[in-house]
Write a new protein. Structure first.
Length: 259
């Protein structure tokens, strides 16, 4: 077989190998490049303990979500059989180019139907407006008015940065003590649990949604969020921003003839 010429790919590769073998790495570089090895237990008892430990971690991770589902399951309804309440609370779920995402639009459609059928008289939209260019409540208001909900029946909470903040502010700032909450099915159990912990007699409408990648992401995210929610329900911290009481809900109900 003819020898490979230095100009060929094979010759260049062999030359590179020679140059690389001549490089002497320092002990520090060699230790940095050395990958850690995962050592599994060798004995049957050690492997059993490893499996038991993993199962315990899984149980602990699922415990908060299970507790919330069991405690709130009887309060999850549809638009058709939701109890009559003065106020519906709609939680923000993101914007695309300044408009509600499809998931948020589904929530708002359900709230508009609750208003149209007389199940609720006022809609409290709560979301994030921490940046000037990002305004969930105003986008939600615009969407609802386009679906026939009068603007004077919509109240905006601009500091609903997460579910707990929205629930606490609905109770302490807007004076809501009974409400129908509107969200997707994977989130509604957490919303009911937290609003009840905040002092609201809450029922929830679990809005159907297409089971796409976003839906599965939301379900997985709930497992992580349920841990924080359990801590919030137990310790009941103040929201990120509380502020003074706002009469928006009371005034809207009074204008509709509700004392």
């Amino acid at each position: 077989m003819a020898a490979k010429r230095p100009g060929t790919a094979g010759g260049r590769l062999r030359a590179a190998r020679v140059r690389l073998s001549a490089v002497r790495l320092s002990p520090l570089c060699r230790s940095a490049l050395r990958l850690p090895t995962l050592r599994l237990p060798r004995g049957r008892r050690g492997r059993r303990r490893l499996v038991q430990g993993l199962m315990a971690v899984c149980v602990l991770a699922l415990l908060p979500a299970t507790w919330m589902r069991v405690g709130s399951d009887a309060r999850v309804r549809t638009v058709a059989d939701a109890p009559a309440r003065d106020v519906a609370v709609v939680f923000g779920a993101g914007l695309w180019n300044g408009r509600p995402t499809p998931y948020l639009a589904h929530r708002l459609d359900a709230a508009a139907e609750l208003y149209r059928t007389g199940k609720v008289r006022v809609v409290l939209v709560t979301g994030d407006n921490s940046r000037e260019e990002y305004d969930e409540p105003d986008a939600m208001r615009t969407y609802l008015t386009g679906r026939g909900v009068p603007g004077e029946r919509i109240v905006s909470d601009y500091a609903g940065f997460d579910t707990w903040d929205s629930c606490v502010r609905a109770r302490k700032i807007f004076g809501v003590d009974r409400a129908v909450l509107v969200s997707q099915g994977f989130h509604i159990h957490r919303a009911i649990t937290l609003c009840r912990s905040a002092g609201i007699d809450a029922y929830g409408v679990g809005v159907d949604a297409r089971r796409d990648a976003t839906w599965y992401y939301g379900g997985v995210r709930e497992l992580a969020a349920s841990g924080k929610a359990a801590v919030d329900a137990l310790l009941r911290p103040d929201p990120r921003f509380l502020g003074p009481e706002e009469p928006g809900v009371t005034e809207a109900l009074a204008a509709d003839g509700v004392e």
